[in-house]
Design a protein around this ligand. Structure first.
Ligand SMILES: *Cc1c(COP(=O)(O)O)cnc(C)c1O
Length: 366
């Protein structure tokens, strides 16, 4: 058959291992997944009430324009309704953007390592991927600027960056945006926006007002705890959104997910509590790293990437045997490191005590 030739040899996204699989494989009663940056506190309890009590007609197609959710998000952010594009997770938004702008002969610039879906989707479209190594775990915006040429269509800024958790400061970002040619789309992926506490990050919504080529992506998958429902969105100028919108699948958010996102958005105290608890949990990891002299990246997210001074695949395996699923740095482009999603206080405590045991076994710690 006549597939795009770049499809051959590509692999499907490798997600964190599912809990059930690990339970079966190792005969474990309890398995905790700290691999995909999901919210360990679940989601707003109001969502569960809603799901039990809703009286929806599931035979009817969803509203493709997501009007009710659009109104809620536009009011929450203080932007016009026409400035929003909803996706089946931000993954879908990434696919829409790449499908709209990338094809053989053009290129796209991104940090390395960063979120894998930028390059994955670009490869599907047959575009050239230009990866610019991180500097001290942070985007090297100078080098990214240098990588941009007349054939560049999209530049991605993952802020905070996955897998390092680091942010680009507002100062750095503003001079970068100013210098990027106006015909290059700048995507600011802010999947972890709610978790940011560093004042060096300043709200980026005003860039959308000032620059027709800036698009922000946010999601309900992380702090809102709704990863299962697949709702992400983009914010840009109305004209940009209208240009991207025809690429979107007609009913890309389900009826239930649209409703649930509205309910979750209304419960901001839940988000505040999540962020507070996550900050405290992160401190447990920072203390562990400091105590044992393990390098870590300052994280503005609900995960932390830190050094294990051993083969990270081995640490990943050993922790899995003990009932914790994490991400090996080998899978993320950061060998010798592991990425751990911040869990509940108890999960973190248990994880770190088992990790200490494993690191001793491996001869890393005395
Ligand atoms: C988790 C994540 C996403 C994907 O989020 P969904 O809305 O669940 O598709 C996008 N970008 C980054 C950086 C992420 O970590």
């Amino acid at each position: 058959m006549k597939f795009k030739k770049q499809i051959y040899g590509m692999k499907a996204y490798q997600p964190g291992k599912p809990i059930e699989e690990v339970q079966k494989e190792f005969g474990l009663k309890e398995v905790v997944k700290l691999a995909s940056n999901e919210n360990p506190f679940g989601c707003s309890p109001k969502v569960k009430d809603f799901i039990v009590n809703n009286g929806m007609n599931f035979a009817i197609y969803p509203d493709g324009y997501a009007q009710e959710l659009r109104t809620a998000v536009s009011q929450h952010l203080g932007v016009d309704e026409s400035q929003l594009l909803f996706g089946n997770g931000s993954d879908d938004i990434i696919a829409i953007i790449t499908r709209a702008l990338l094809y053989p002969g053009v290129n796209t610039v991104m940090a390395d390592p960063s979120f894998s879906q930028y390059s994955h989707n670009a490869e599907v479209e047959g575009a050239e991927v230009r990866k610019v190594p991180l500097k001290d775990g942070k985007h090297d915006l100078e080098k990214m600027l240098e990588a941009i040429d007349e054939n560049t269509s999209i530049v991605w800024v993952c802020n905070p960056n996955n897998p390092t958790g680091t942010i680009v400061s507002d100062e750095e970002l503003s001079s970068f945006i100013e210098k990027v040619p106006s015909d290059v789309l700048i995507v600011l992926d802010e999947a972890y926006f709610e978790y940011i506490t560093d004042p060096a990050y300043k709200d980026t919504l005003h860039y959308v007002e000032e620059y027709p080529n800036v698009l922000i992506m946010r999601t309900f998958s992380k702090a809102y705890g709704l990863a299962a429902f697949r709702i992400g969105y983009a914010i840009g100028q109305s004209k940009l959104i209208a240009t991207l919108d025809p690429v979107r699948a007609p009913f890309n958010n389900t009826v239930l997910s649209q409703k649930v996102a509205i309910v979750a958005l209304e419960d901001q105290p839940f988000i505040q509590e999540t962020v507070e608890q996550t900050e405290k949990g992160k401190q447990q990891y920072v203390e562990f790293c400091n105590k044992h002299g393990l390098k870590y990246y300052p994280s503005q997210t609900n995960f932390i990437l830190f050094e294990v001074k051993a083969d990270s695949d081995v640490i990943f395996q050993e922790m899995m045997k003990r009932g914790f699923i994490i991400r090996s740095g080998n899978a993320l482009g950061t060998p010798g490191f592991i990425r751990v999603s911040i869990g509940t206080e108890e999960q973190n405590r248990k994880f770190l005590s088992l990790l200490e045991e494993v690191l001793k076994e491996q001869g890393v710690l005395a």
